[in-house]
Design a protein around this ligand. Structure first.
Ligand SMILES: Nc1ncnc2c1ncn2[C@@H]1O[C@H](COP(=O)(O)OP(=O)(O)OP(=O)(O)O)[C@@H](O)[C@H]1O
Ligand SMILES: Cc1ncc(CO)c(N)n1
Length: 273
């Protein structure tokens, strides 16, 4: 007779990346690495590889809603992460179901544009993101261009980044993490704001072209840690360690921007023991 094991569960609501480095695939791989049971609701299928995005095919709205209902009627996630949400209409629907099922520990990664420049969210969706998703978020994890789009502030230095964090906090998230991968410094700093204190998570910049999926992986790691009941402070600190190791040991596949290494953290821990 098999033994049944109780596990923590995390759900990602995002787009599929056929190339396996970002989107749903990055999220579920990351959940697995953290020992969390991963579930997924697809908003869209992207035809994508390390050289870019070749196509975006949304899942029909009723298909999105049925997936959310299927999860909600049977499996209660301990944390939920959203990534590519495709459109304002889809955002409104996802927010409706999150409220309906009372899901908490929501990590909103406001994915807008893929690294190569392809749009993953309609411009009309910005208002829906602010109106429906941010008030539900435990944490929002924009990169610099996303923080700029949501706040209307040009982030040219620390002062502006702090101001953007305050504005995002006032839109309703309990915590704001503005990721610093897009800045050019020797160290990469992610700014964390809880409405009270600003704190920075800092590590050395890795000079590599293999950074596909960094944002998805970081926010999925935060969700996995929240699913375990970790505090936000510990969740973001451990997620930063996880992504740093994954970038340092990037994977050599494809001819373009290769993916980060989702199993590096576990491998390295094993090698050390
Ligand atoms: N070259 C790098 N070296 C070290 N850490 C990095 C590097 N690039 C990004 N990071 C880290 O990776 C995480 C994601 O940051 P980034 O700003 O790249 O997100 P993103 O733009 O949303 O990523 P994505 O390409 O998936 O959309 C952050 O924790 C950031 O500090
Ligand atoms: C499906 C998907 N979601 C998110 C990103 C952001 O990197 C991507 N490239 N593809």
């Amino acid at each position: 007779m098999g033994q049944l094991i109780k596990v923590c569960k995390a759900l990602t609501v995002a787009g599929s990346d056929s190339g396996g480095g970002a989107g749903i695939q990055a999220d579920v791989k990351t959940f697995q690495e953290f020992g969390v049971y991963g579930m997924s609701v697809l908003t869209a299928v992207t035809a994508q590889n390390t050289t870019g995005v070749q196509g975006v095919y949304p899942v029909p709205l009723d298909g999105l809603e049925q997936q959310l209902t299927s999860i909600g009627s049977d499996l209660k996630p301990d944390a939920v992460k959203t990534g590519m949400l495709f459109s304002g209409e889809y955002i409104e629907s996802v927010a409706f179901f999150i409220k309906k099922f009372g899901w908490s520990n929501l990590v909103v990664d406001p994915v807008m544009v893929a690294k190569g420049g392809a749009s993953l969210l309609g411009e009309e969706a910005l208002e829906a993101m602010k109106m429906y998703m941010l008030p539900l978020a435990k944490v929002i994890t924009p990169n610099i261009p996303e923080a700029e789009a949501l706040t209307g502030i040009e982030i040219t230095g620390d002062e502006a980044r702090h101001e953007a964090a305050r504005i995002l906090f006032n839109m309703g998230a309990d915590y704001v993490v503005i990721k610093g991968g897009h800045m050019e410094d020797e160290f990469v700093s992610d700014l964390v704001y809880n409405g009270n204190e600003m704190c920075e998570l800092i590590d050395k910049r890795v000079y590599t072209k293999n950074t596909h999926g960094t944002g998805c992986t970081f926010s999925a790691a935060v969700a996995a840690e929240l699913a375990y009941g970790k505090t936000m402070e510990n969740a973001v600190r451990n997620a930063k360690k996880f992504i740093q190791t994954a970038i340092e040991h990037g994977i050599d596949v494809g001819s373009g921007h290769g993916p980060v290494n989702h199993f590096a953290y576990r491998r390295i821990l094993h090698e050390q023991h």
